[in-house]
Design a protein around this ligand. Structure first.
Ligand code: ADP
Length: 402
């Protein structure tokens, strides 16, 4: 069975075609600059790659281009779309409505639309992805929605209720939802497997560190807390997002700077984080480079990220009354050995001993254990695979239809 996985952003569309008989990737690629120009690039499992500019005024046209890339030209991997059993979409916000993956129907589409106000930067783009897919692939192609917050559904109320008047939870379902669920699910399962244990028998802290970052505490196979909240803005410093700050900072600046709601959202989501502190970039590689050149604000940004992650780890150890393993994943978690070392160097109270050689070695898609055999807590680098989680759920739902 072949499954196409789609991650639609506001101006991008990432795709991955998987063969579920052995869970291998047949082809993957990305359409970029949708609505503001257009570019597509991709690669197949045979190493055939392509990259060209093409006008992509909307997501539907982008889907037609993906269809062309998969079925035509020298990099084609299938003869027709009939070979694709179903399409799985990553959906960031499923709110309280969706606690697991579902087949997309008109009703589901409507409900994803209603959740746009809880994820204004993500859900509208996902909807465009679903609609573009329906137009380009036809109404009969089953589409499945896999929600980023579904894995966090086991969180207890003391972790997800915000201490504001309870009526707002009842009225608007304002609560902590958590995101990156497919990633936390994948790496925690893989961690248990590598430890030769059942996830139900271990306490794990998973650190997904990318442009957006979140940390999750998992105990008895259940999420007991996670750093992102109502939206992916909560938690700790990210590429351009501030993470948790004193809410009074927001009202103070609104008063002083006269910000509207939109301006406030833009500053907190797009101008803060590593970019805001360093003034250099939101990209960890640029921050590292600036640090090498002695840029003090870049050094401060790097200190903040290590410090805040350490604080989260400490608080989740307290929340779970211990920890057996810590996992690093995401672009930064998988590649920045320096940050991993900084974080672990101040966790000696947990009996953590980093294997420096392994830590230096496990980068660029290579994962494994980076703690020594004497370490009281196992530390792992595990490259995430959110697409595989989406493809597996999509396959299960399609199988259940038959
Ligand atoms: P997204 O959240 O958009 O999926 P990724 O998980 O791809 O993002 O992570 C992007 C981040 O990973 C960027 O900050 C980037 O600088 C960082 N990154 C990628 N490669 C490296 C590297 N070799 N060293 C340090 N950071 C890296």
């Amino acid at each position: 069975m072949k499954i196409l996985v789609i991650n639609a952003g506001s101006s991008s569309l990432k795709y991955q075609l998987l063969d579920m008989t052995d869970e291998s990737v047949i082809a993957k690629g990305i359409c970029e600059r949708i609505g503001i120009g257009g570019h597509i690039e991709g690669v197949t499992n045979e190493g055939c790659n392509f990259s060209y500019d093409i006008d992509l005024p909307n997501h539907t046209i982008a889907f037609f281009e993906v269809k062309k890339a998969l079925t035509q030209g020298e990099c084609k991997v299938i003869d027709s779309l009939d070979e694709i059993a179903a399409v799985g979409h990553r959906i960031v916000q499923g709110g309280a409505t969706f606690t697991h993956s579902v087949l997309i129907t008109e009703e589901v589409e409507k409900e994803i639309g209603e959740l746009c106000e809880l994820a204004p930067l993500h859900n509208p783009a996902h909807l465009q992805g679903i609609q573009g897919c329906t137009e380009a692939f036809g109404k009969d192609k089953p589409q499945v929605a896999v929600f980023d917050n579904a894995f966090h559904n086991t969180m207890p109320p003391e972790a997800y209720i915000f201490p504001i008047p309870y009526e707002y939870y009842e009225k608007y379902k304002i609560r902590r939802y958590g995101f990156h669920g497919s990633s936390h699910k994948f790496v925690s399962a893989s961690c248990a497997q590598q430890m030769g244990k059942d996830l139900k028998d271990i306490k794990v802290i998973t650190c997904h560190l990318g442009n957006g970052s979140s940390i999750t505490a998992i105990k008895d196979g259940k999420v007991i807390d996670t750093s992102m909240g109502l939206t992916p803005l909560d938690g700790f410093i990210m590429g351009t997002r501030c993470g948790a700050i004193d809410p009074s900072v927001v009202t103070f600046l609104q008063m002083k700077e006269g910000w509207s709601r939109e301006e406030t959202c833009t500053v907190l989501n797009k101008k803060s984080g590593l970019l805001g502190v360093s003034g250099v970039s939101s990209d960890m590689r640029d921050i590292n480079e600036a640090c090498k050149n002695g840029n003090e604000r870049a050094m401060l940004a790097r200190k903040i990220i290590a410090y805040q992650i350490r604080k989260y780890i400490g608080s989740y150890v307290a929340a779970m009354d211990g920890v057996d393993a810590i996992v690093f994943t995401g672009g930064i978690g998988e590649n920045s050995e320096k940050l991993r070392a900084d974080i672990c160097s101040n966790l000696s109270y947990l009996g953590i001993k980093l294997d420096e050689k392994a830590n230096d070695e496990f980068i660029r898609g290579k994962g494994g254990k980076i703690s020594t055999s004497e370490s009281m807590v196992d530390i792992y680098v595990i490259p995430t695979d959110e697409e595989l989680v989406i493809a597996r759920d999509t396959k299960d739902i399609v199988n259940s239809l038959n």
